[in-house]
Design a protein around this ligand. Structure first.
Ligand SMILES: NC(=O)c1ccc[n+]([C@@H]2O[C@H](COP(=O)([O-])OP(=O)(O)OC[C@H]3O[C@@H](n4cnc5c(N)ncnc54)[C@H](O)[C@@H]3O)[C@@H](O)[C@H]2O)c1
Length: 343
């Protein structure tokens, strides 16, 4: 039985608790929240011990894995404490909000010999997996263009009721680093590494520090071009969409479902499946817990089999690098070449 503890007791924690509850051989045993009032609330919600002292939490008998569900720019400190205590780490996206904090986290896990993976649950829909296999097998020929569009909507209450969303210090920005990153992770997984990017971000609708509107033009190392848009200002919010265009065919995935599948010389068309996980296009709570569960299963298998986890730290670093480079490009007005060294 692998014993799991969760740091942070906010909105995403419930999805993890639900996912873990249905996995044989794994058990959620404890949580941690330094705020006594939040800890008390969580204790009655989850019916489990919720510690306000991180050392007591990490010393829970037999604790093997820690899942980090704190605000994005507060992943590092509890992750370092857990890694130093020898706990494997499954961290919510983004791994952290800049490259320096990300690198400290990856290095600490390496030094302490613990496994590290980052939640990007959209990788596990059946149709995404089919698209990824086809791209890797060369079904679309040479890739010409890969686009990621995350034209989402959040109402003003989404920002006013949170003390960290849209802040530079704790969210690291806005629509790109919080919402768009899921689809940017998929785009990078499909298209490979980036050569350069030109981006522009704006804050148009809400009094937040981060962006609610962003656009970028990407040059991939394989020669393909790419467009990215990411927003929380586009009413009513449209399903996120990935387009892959190659020399022998193309495909479009919307909210985890293939809506277009066109290969030269083939009569196969898109047949969307149900196992797609839902979209947070208009409502952040509209996602299911099944895709989180799939990533938990794979992470636990990686621990049991001493394998490299899916979406390890270095992989999760790539989406942060691209987003930080888009911010840098927007501020400098210049094309940013990769690798990007974050200041
Ligand atoms: N994978 C997804 O689809 C998805 C969806 C939502 C959120 N997230 C990610 O999950 C993380 C949390 O988001 P959320 O929406 O649950 O936020 P939230 O504000 O609802 O919850 C954050 C929780 O962390 C606690 N907390 C704050 N500082 C802490 C600290 N220093 N130590 C321990 N606990 C602390 C808060 O009290 C709260 O319980 C973010 O990184 C976010 O990007 C991922």
């Amino acid at each position: 039985m692998i014993k799991i503890g969760i740091v942070g007791t906010g909105s995403i924690t419930g999805k993890h608790a639900q996912a873990i509850a249905e996995i044989e051989g794994a058990e959620l045993v404890a949580l941690y929240n330094p705020n006594p009032e939040s800890a008390a609330k969580a204790q009655s919600k989850f019916g489990l011990p919720v510690f306000t002292d991180i050392n007591e939490f990490l010393n829970f008998p037999g604790l093997d894995v820690v899942c980090i569900c704190t605000p994005s720019g507060l992943h590092l400190e509890p992750a370092l404490a857990a890694a130093k205590a020898g706990k494997h780490l499954l961290i919510e996206k983004p791994i952290e909000i800049n490259l320096s904090r990300t690198d400290q986290l990856i290095q600490c896990c390496e030094e302490n010999g613990v496994k590290l993976a980052v939640i990007f649950q959209n990788r596990f829909s059946d149709d995404y997996q089919k698209l990824k296999k086809a791209v890797d097998a060369g079904v679309f020929g040479r890739l010409l263009m890969g686009n990621a569009y995350v034209n989402w909507f959040r109402d003003s209450a989404y920002y006013t009721t949170s003390n960290w969303k849209g802040t530079l210090k704790v969210d690291g920005g806005g629509a790109l680093i919080n919402q768009g990153i899921h689809t940017i992770d998929l785009l990078l997984d499909l298209m490979g590494d980036v050569k350069s990017v030109f981006g522009q971000v704006q804050t148009t609708m809400y009094p937040i520090e981060g962006e609610d509107l962003a656009a970028a033009l990407v040059n991939f190392k394989n020669g393909a071009l790419g467009n990215i848009t990411s927003a929380t200002a586009i009413y009513p919010g449209y399903p996120e969409r990935i387009e892959v265009f190659g020399t022998t065919g193309s495909a479009i995935l919307e909210a985890g479902k293939l809506t277009q599948w066109n290969i030269i010389g083939s009569t196969e068309t898109a047949k969307a499946v149900e196992n797609a996980g839902g979209s947070g296009a208009s409502d952040p709570t509209a996602i299911g817990h099944q895709m989180h569960q799939e990533q938990w299963r794979l992470f636990l298998a990686a621990i049991n089999g001493d394998l490299k986890p899916v979406v390890d730290g270095k992989t999760a670093r790539k989406s942060v690098e691209l987003i930080r480079a888009i911010y840098h490009s927007s501020h400098s007005g210049k094309l940013v070449e990769f690798p990007f060294a974050d200041k």
